[in-house]
Design a protein. Structure first.
Length: 490
């Protein structure tokens, strides 16, 4: 393994990578951000579990073994170097990365991801047998969050660690009994450590032992320092506020580009917005909606969960179709919400359509074909669809929370804000949500105003460039700080 001379060496540990393994935004981030960070001058390599989809798509060259697992080296099509941890008994399964096909957590998740975290710490430690060793270990979400603890207790290392929280609601909680198999000293099971209300919290370990913490938007970094957004960890996060950084996510602007998108019916740009109507017609035909070009068509692509506010969407559904309006919904998640959205679509056939599951092509067509995109999330660490929708000239209606605040400029002509790109509502209630929908529909009916709204969003820069620069600067700052602390006093 060879390195890039003079560039910061970073191991980016994660458990998803689009398009091969993805359950949410983390997969999209890992599939695109590392390439941008490397372009910013960082010698970054990604560590991933060798899931079946990855092993089939990308052949690796064996480098070493670790606790019976095989570590191999390969490269993503983007050119990003990757280390794969092959442990067939733990990662070669018919189902998702964390759950089986019935949506039940794998019973040995603590074992699976503690091994993965130990491997990450070993690569960054002094005992590693690889020819390349990172100066910084970048961990992502609870599945990798034990690695900073292993660096502290198991592997002598001068590597610095960074813990990124993509969604604090998922913490990797296990019973007290699971601690015995983690290969950590008893002292780690403490309030100032891995213990969390009598259980083991992988994420808390990362937040406590990492040298620095980051989240995926500046607003979310502030929100998680207080209840209820801190999910019980707000005290720890507030205490560590001086090393807590909010770095806004971006999107793959090559993949999400209405002018070059092969998955939509008719490509267009901000100078050809009349062509967008062909995508609306194609979406209406595909979903069996009334082919009325004048009725506002609302789109939603989302996990069907309480966090995403799908119950709020259902609560305003009757008023939405009575505007009149149409609704195109794509997603999967909680069974009760899946059934409720299907029932709503059945009741309002021709005005509403629900597709359960995920279809990349349909997701792109909804972004292009809808007039207005709905994101009533109760909380949203960053969010991606609001950036996709603005890029596609589909102004979003969104709850003012997390990364939605950081990426949507509220259109409010009464308040003098005509440079907006969407419509925000302050409280996650049906009344507040529908009021924002009404504001959006009023603007939609004014052709000149609507065109300006669309262009405002389409001109915004949502690329990964700014995020990559901020990550590179943070890496260098942390590495330089560690090196200065190790220099003998003069």
């Amino acid at each position: 393994m060879t390195g890039t001379s003079g560039a910061p060496r970073v191991l980016y540990a994660a458990t998803e990578c689009a398009p091969w393994v993805k359950t949410g935004g983390l997969g999209d981030v890992v599939g695109t951000l590392p390439e941008a960070i490397r372009a910013a001058g960082v010698d970054l390599r990604v560590l991933l579990p060798a899931y079946p989809a990855l092993r089939v798509a990308i052949r690796g060259r064996r480098l070493a073994t670790f606790e019976g697992a095989v570590l191999s080296e390969t490269t993503l099509p983007s050119g990003v170097p990757v280390l794969l941890l092959e442990a067939s008994a733990l990662f070669d399964r018919d189902g998702g990365p964390y759950q089986d096909r019935q949506g039940r957590d794998w019973p040995d998740n603590a074992e699976r991801f503690s091994l993965f975290a130990r491997a990450a710490a070993w690569i960054a430690g002094e005992e590693t047998s690889l020819g390349w060793r990172p100066q910084l270990l970048h961990c992502n979400d609870w599945q990798t969050a034990l690695a900073p603890a292993y660096l502290r207790f198991m592997h002598g290392s001068d590597a610095v660690s960074l813990m990124t929280v993509h969604n604090l609601a998922f913490q990797g909680l296990f019973s007290r009994d699971a601690f015995q198999s983690l290969q950590l000293p008893e002292a780690a099971y403490a309030i100032e450590g891995i213990e969390f209300y009598g259980k083991v919290s992988f994420l808390k370990a990362g937040l406590y032992y990492a040298d620095a913490i980051s989240t995926v938007s500046p607003t979310y970094a502030r929100e998680i320092q207080r209840a209820p957004m801190g999910f019980g960890l707000e005290g720890l996060l507030a205490k560590r506020h001086d090393v807590l950084h909010g770095i806004l996510n971006g999107i793959d602007v090559r993949l999400w580009d209405p002018a070059r998108d092969p998955l939509i019916a008719a490509p267009y740009d901000c100078d050809q917005l009349e062509t967008k109507a062909r995508n609306k017609r194609a979406l209406q035909e595909f979903l069996g909606l009334y082919p009325d070009p004048h009725v506002p068509l609302f789109g939603t692509v989302s996990r069907l969960t309480h966090q995403k506010g799908i119950d709020l969407l259902l609560s305003v559904g009757e008023r939405l179709v009575s505007l009149p309006g149409e609704l195109a919904l794509l997603g999967q998640g909680d069974k009760d919400l899946e059934e409720a959205t299907l029932a709503f679509a059945q009741k309002h056939r021709g005005s509403a359509a629900t597709i359960i599951g995920f279809d990349e092509g349909l997701a792109h067509l909804i972004e292009a074909g809808a007039d207005i995109f709905l994101m009533p999330s109760r909380f949203e660490p960053c969010g991606l669809n609001q950036m996709y929708s603005q890029r596609y000239g589909t102004p979003p209606v969104a709850h003012a929370t997390g990364g939605l605040i950081d990426t949507i400029a509220d259109f409010d002509p009464r308040g003098g804000r005509t440079d907006g790109s969407g419509f925000m509502f302050a409280e996650p209630t049906p009344a507040s949500f529908f009021s924002a929908i009404e504001r959006a529909v009023a603007a939609y009916r004014d052709t000149v105003t609507w065109r300006q709204l669309q262009k405002n969003g389409m001109h915004a820069d949502f690329s990964w460039d700014a995020s990559a620069r901020h990550h590179a600067a943070l890496y260098r700052s942390l590495i330089d700080g560690r090196e200065r602390s190790q220099q003998p006093p003069t």
